[in-house]
Ligand binder design. Structure first.
Ligand code: HEC
Ligand code: HEC
Length: 321
């Protein structure tokens, strides 16, 4: 009997030591670095159409997170991120050569936006989105915007505040969040006359509705969006800038808990005028998509009809506030 107890004790001790060792390894290893592949990304030749399209995309995809106290994309503390990710600051992405990305080449910007890996190999976890499905045209547009004469991107000399990712973020970088491979062929722009195809692209490639509107950022699958648990079924917990909890809406066509009882008009009203079916204003962090075209709204609606329904009651206690 004694021997059995002793063996058990040793086993428990061994497990504890192994666990501590593993925890230390993750803590010290931090956010991983990856090898940077050489890519052949043609230098972007800007024109005013590209800049305008880029600004439209950036207004919902970059400016929200990167706009700093000086109104430029100089970076800020992302208070709205769930605190379990750590203390995360977005970066200065203005044209400043010292504090921004003024020295980055177009290959380097494209590589980061697609894969999540910076020129020095440093990987940026889930709080900096990746755009593996964005078409070349849209990606070029975003890069043109970053190079443009718009006030947002003019050099700002505010230095980046280093982020302090939590243990959980580091752990997730070991098991879940990984570099996304750079696409092996250029990504064609979708056929904008085919509503379902174009809508799918808008939800997963250009406007990224699904990361917020699926179950949880921690289980996000940026490489294969539809494999994200609870895809478009809502319920993801978000924190508002003044610290309140808010859960995202169920965008699937479930009649009771999703948009199944909505009409195209209701949806258009939500997209262009930020109002829900009851006429109440949608609250942040739902983004104002009021720059969308009619075709974009209709296409997203057409695509959402094809997404498998999920029954998920979302807590909307803030509507009583
Ligand atoms: C959800 C918030 C969020 C959005 C949206 C976002 N970013 Fe970021 N971005 C971050 C954070 C956070 C970091 C810095 C992470 C770190 O270093 O800890 C970052 C880092 C970067 C960097 C690296 C800069 C450096 O010097 O390290 C670039 C470049 C960048 N973002 C560009 C963009 C562009 C372009 C867009 C739009 C297409 C965009 N980001 C959208 C949060 C965001
Ligand atoms: C940054 C996170 C975020 C992104 C990105 C986002 N949403 Fe939302 N969305 C929310 C939140 C949070 C709510 C709940 C707001 C409320 O009810 O006041 C919401 C609410 C909605 C609603 C209202 C549904 C209802 O039942 O009232 C619709 C429709 C919607 N979003 C569609 C979209 C579409 C389509 C996209 C992409 C084009 C998108 N959202 C992108 C966070 C987001």
């Amino acid at each position: 009997m004694k021997i059995v107890l002793r063996i058990l004790l040793y086993l428990v001790l061994f497990a504890v030591v192994a666990l501590i060792g593993f925890a230390c390894f993750i803590q010290v290893r931090g956010i991983p670095k990856y090898e940077v592949d050489k890519i052949d990304y043609p230098q972007v030749q800007s024109d005013s159409d590209l800049v305008a399209n880029g600004q439209k995309i950036a207004s919902v995809q970059c400016i929200v997170c990167h706009r700093g106290t000086d109104g430029k994309l100089s970076g800020r503390l992302l208070q709205e991120l769930p605190p379990e990710f750590g203390e995360i600051h977005s970066a200065n992405i203005t044209q400043s050569k010292e504090h921004g990305i003024g020295k980055w080449t177009d290959d380097q910007i494209a590589y980061l936006l697609r894969t999540g890996v910076k020129p020095d190999g440093q990987y940026l976890p889930v709080y900096m989105p990746k755009f593996p499905h964005m078409s070349e045209y849209d990606l070029k547009s975003v890069i043109s915007f970053l190079h443009s004469d718009k006030a947002y991107v003019q050099p700002s000399e505010i230095a980046k505040v280093p982020s302090k990712p939590s243990f959980l973020t580091k752990f997730l970088c070991l098991v879940a969040f990984k570099k996304i491979p750079y696409p092996s062929a250029p990504i064609a722009h979708p056929d904008t006359t085919k509503p379902k195809e174009f809508g799918h692209y808008l939800v997963t490639g250009r406007y990224d509705c699904y990361p917020c509107h699926s179950a949880d950022f921690k289980t996000l699958n940026m490489q294969f969006p539809e494999q994200t648990p609870g895809y478009c079924g809502g319920g993801n917990k978000m924190i508002t800038l003044d610290g309140k909890e808010r859960f995202t809406a169920n965008l699937t066509m479930d009649e009771e808990t999703g948009l199944g009882s909505w009409s195209l008009d209701d949806f258009t009203n939500a997209m262009l005028h930020s109002k829900n079916k009851q006429g109440k204003m949608l609250r942040e962090p739902m983004l104002p998509f009021n720059g969308m075209t009619d075709t974009e709204v209709k296409s997203i609606w057409a695509y959402l009809q094809t997404v498998p329904k999920i029954k998920n009651v979302v807590d909307r206690k803030w509507e009583q506030e």
